[in-house]
Ligand binder design. Structure first.
Ligand code: FE2
Length: 169
């Protein structure tokens, strides 16, 4: 039998009294693991904007990007801890995020508020889309608690997308 290490690292391998059955947990953990990578990537994309933005809206955008980043740290922790609750190994390193993130590549030489708003908006929108897929899938697999957590996170991201993209609309 061929072992696929890429998918096996996302199985529910740790002992737990968690009542959700093993099969469901094995389906939910990979979804959360990919979203954890997306969320970690998103955090540093938003910090990249916080650190590099220049121009007439500097202080407003600099502070706004940091508020977004603060919320994202909470989401990283919630998603990682849900993986642990389900008996999964948490893959939370930046190295893992770099290999697994599904977000667009952040442009590394932009400076204007307009360009950072555009880049962060794209990242937030892609994240929201991925998380929404996660809500549908985890609900369908039979884990409404994870679906509910992802619904709350997506609501927060959608709010920040509105705050950010409104600068360029
Ligand atoms: Fe800062």
């Amino acid at each position: 039998m061929v072992t696929n290490t890429k998918t096996n690292i996302y199985k529910a391998t740790h002992k737990t009294r968690q009542p959700l059955n093993h099969e469901i947990r094995d389906q939910v953990i990979p979804i959360l693991s990919h979203l954890l990578a997306d969320t970690s990537d998103l955090y540093f994309q938003v910090k990249e904007a916080h650190w590099n933005v220049k121009g007439e809206n500097f202080i407003a955008l600099h502070k706004l990007f940091d508020d977004v980043a603060d919320d994202i740290t909470e989401y990283i922790d919630e998603i990682a801890e849900r993986i642990a609750q389900l008996g999964g190994q948490v893959h939370g390193t930046l190295q893992h995020a770099s290999r697994s993130s599904r977000l667009p590549t952040y442009p590394e030489s932009i400076t204007t508020g307009h360009d950072h708003v555009d880049a962060v908006s794209k990242a937030l929108a892609q994240f929201s889309d991925n998380a929404r897929q996660g809500i549908d899938d985890t609900d369908e697999f039979g884990d409404p608690v994870t679906a509910d957590m992802l619904t709350n996170i997506t609501g927060g991201i959608d709010k920040w997308l509105w705050f950010i993209e409104s600068h360029n609309l």
